[in-house]
Design a protein around this ligand. Structure first.
Ligand code: FES
Length: 355
């Protein structure tokens, strides 16, 4: 006998009564279906004027969505494309007008469809509640008995219980298979450890033009151009050339001193010639596209954009850090040289980064 069997109606708590005030515990002790509360009609169910007003409101949302879609298409015609053309929009900052217009119009278009659909559902679609009876999902005792009988029969025929040697070795084999995955992780390569913390640049290292292989004079770097450089002790014939160039590649730019916004950046250059790592701080692509009017460089992989006139800070895209700058000067023959190594790791962020 269960405690429910002992339950009498006078001991039932207040909550044990249905919506109509009747008891929800049946005589056999099970909770009875309390039923639904009485249906309350909405204004739009009983007032045709309100329904028509709601209909117009829903149509307005859908109309707004259509207008926003037209605006989205028109943005391509109206705004100048190109990731380096930016305007300041408060409070977002510098953004491409085209990207901004596309984002706003597409956002409004999608939001208005959703808002219209929600308003339609809440005001005009039927809100009558219906009870769907659930059928029991439990199998009948006969079916369950048949399943157990089949399982016992299968176990007996396979000899799984009797042939212990096979059973145990099979369990061992299945338990060891996942260990292969541990070895496969080695294919991801060795951990970078401290290798990404340092580069080949150090005080006194001359800058060599990556194309001509010649040392670079400060006067060789012209306003408006981008010059690529590598350490003078590095040669394409070196065995470790690929490994080193992936960290040591530099880009040189000359700016009018008045255009340089970051004082430390100006101090680390030589008469407006600045040297930055060429390795993108997102996932390490080489940067190459320079927009001389704005002094922006663009990474072709995922469009991170850096402002070379402002310490190469990130102004757009997924990169998380500014491009590291190398402090440079000239030797007594006028060749550009490093005055120091990089003071922060070059390239993408990684979990052992000491920055
Ligand atoms: S690697 Fe440069 S933006 Fe992704």
């Amino acid at each position: 006998m269960t405690s429910q069997d002992n339950m009498s109606e006078e001991h039932l708590p207040e909550a044990a009564h249905g919506h109509g005030g009747g008891p929800v515990v049946s005589k056999d002790g099970y909770f009875a279906d309390p039923g639904l509360p009485p249906h309350e009609h909405r204004r739009t169910d009983i007032d045709e004027k309100a329904a028509r007003r709601a209909e117009r409101q829903v149509a307005m949302w859908f109309l707004l969505s259509m207008l926003a879609t037209v605006g989205f298409i028109a943005s391509y015609v109206i705004f100048k494309p190109g990731p380096t053309h930016h305007v300041f929009i408060w409070p977002i900052g510098n953004v491409s007008p085209l990207n901004f217009a596309l984002g706003v119009t597409l956002g409004i278009s999608l939001f208005a469809i959703g808002a219209g659909a929600v308003h339609w559902a809440r005001t005009l679609m039927s809100d009558e509640e219906h009870i769907a009876e659930r059928h029991p999902i439990e199998a009948t005792p006969e079916v369950r008995e048949q399943v157990f009988a089949d399982f016992r029969q299968g176990s007996k025929e396979s000899g799984f219980g009797r042939r212990k040697l096979i059973r145990n070795t099979m369990i061992g084999a299945m338990a060891m298979v996942p260990l292969s995955a541990v070895v496969l992780f080695r294919d991801l390569g060795p951990l970078p450890e401290k290798k990404l913390d340092t580069t080949g640049w150090k005080a006194g290292m001359l800058l060599k033009n990556m194309n001509t292989g010649e040392p670079i004079q400060a006067s060789d770097v012209q306003v408006g151009s981008l010059t690529f450089a590598m350490p003078a002790d590095l040669s394409e014939d070196d065995e470790d050339f690929q490994e080193r160039i992936a960290k040591d590649a530099l880009m040189l730019v000359r700016l009018q001193p008045g255009d340089i916004k970051d004082k430390k950046s100006a101090d680390w250059g030589y008469h407006g010639v600045l040297a930055f790592s060429k390795i993108c701080t997102h996932v390490g692509c080489p940067i190459s596209l320079y927009e001389q009017q704005t002094h922006h460089v663009l990474c072709p992989c995922h469009q991170s954009t850096f402002d070379l006139s402002d310490g190469a800070r990130v102004i757009f895209g997924p990169a998380g850090h500014a491009l590291p700058q190398l402090q440079i000067g000239v030797d007594n023959t006028g060749n550009l040289e490093a005055l120091n190594g990089f003071t922060v790791p070059v390239g993408p962020g990684f979990w052992e980064r000491s920055e």
